[in-house]
Ligand binder design. Structure first.
Ligand SMILES: [Mn+2]
Length: 319
């Protein structure tokens, strides 16, 4: 009997699994990757009697592998907030899926665990740029503003670590960062004691300093497009920099485009924070696009579709 823990390599995925494993410690095979690597369930070959936990990756994007896993007789526990499409009915599937733009997988896990490890769920919500939801969830913790800011920064750093084209871009492979976090029931102890924390803190500071020099490529009153060179620092920082832009300009949608060597663009879209909708719809109009209402992306937009994308982006978020 094998346990598989399949989780997105960002703050939400890591903190969702961390809460579950604090509540129910067990030895499992960890399956994760860079944040954009969401076709993870196909890496599992499970049998009857095995248990597969899947966190923070779209059911729709893993549908074939899910059906196969269920047919093989494994039990699947699925918690997520990305677009799911129709949820299969199977006695082997226990799914908790809520695509509300103001929740995340770690907040859903927090509900399932009756708030047992709430500080980690708050950390994850900050990581997913759900600042209002994070602060609302943190109310009962009675933290002071310094402590709230510490969780906000921690969520941002864990999320930051997930961005990159390959694991080589990252400070820590997400499975290693999860294992670094696993011993800590309290995120403040992780911040104070883990050597991983200062590494991420310094890397983030260096990358963000460079990002602040990026110029706008095209903009309207309600949307802005940034063009990024394809370098390790941009691959790491684009997601969290997009989140920062979204918070600084809450009525503006943002698209960060990276020109790749194979003549495609990797695109990260943030809906306006004041109107968190449409990012998934926009990106799904293009091949290799996907995501959720507030934040979505396209993995490889052919360069000849650049103008089509910018037009669709500006139409999705009209002034
Ligand atoms: Mn998430």
């Amino acid at each position: 009997m094998t346990y598989f823990d399949v989780f997105n390599g960002d703050a939400d995925g890591i903190c969702a699994l961390h809460q579950l494993r604090l509540a129910q410690p067990l030895q499992s095979t960890l399956i994760t990757g860079v944040k954009r690597d969401i076709s993870l369930l196909k890496q599992v070959s499970a049998q009857a009697g095995d248990t597969v936990t899947v966190l923070d990756i779209s059911l729709d994007k893993n549908r074939d592998a899910l059906m196969k896993t269920l047919e093989q007789g494994a039990q699947v526990h699925y918690v997520d907030h990305h677009f799911s499409g129709a949820i299969p009915t199977s006695p082997n599937l226990n799914a908790h899926i809520n695509t509300d733009a103001n929740t995340c997988t770690s907040l859903l896990v927090n509900d399932l665990l009756n708030g047992a490890y709430l500080p980690w769920a708050v950390t994850a919500a900050f990581g997913d740029n759900l600042f209002d939801a994070a602060e609302a969830a943190a109310q009962t913790l009675k933290l002071n503003s310094t402590q709230i800011e510490a969780l906000q920064h921690l969520g941002t750093l864990i999320n930051y670590n997930g961005y990159g084209t390959s694991l080589n871009d990252l400070y820590f492979p997400p499975s290693e960062l999860y294992q670094a976090i696993a011993p800590y029931e309290n995120p403040f102890d992780f911040i104070a004691q883990s050597p991983a924390y200062p590494t991420l803190d310094q890397g983030y500071a260096d990358d963000m300093k460079q990002a602040e020099n990026l110029e706008v490529y095209s903009q309207t009153l309600s949307s802005a497009v940034f063009m990024l060179p394809d370098e390790p620092w941009t691959r790491r920082v684009s997601g969290v920099y997009g989140n920062l832009l979204a918070r600084q300009h809450p009525n503006r949608a943002h698209a960060l485009l990276t020109i790749l060597a194979d003549d495609t663009y990797r695109i990260s879209v943030r809906a306006p924070l004041s109107h968190k909708t449409g990012a998934d719809e926009l990106c799904m109009q293009f091949p290799t696009g996907g995501g959720r209402k507030a934040a979505a992306g396209i993995n490889a937009l052919p360069s000849h579709q650049l103008n089509d994308f910018i037009q669709a982006f500006q139409q999705q978020y009209p002034s």
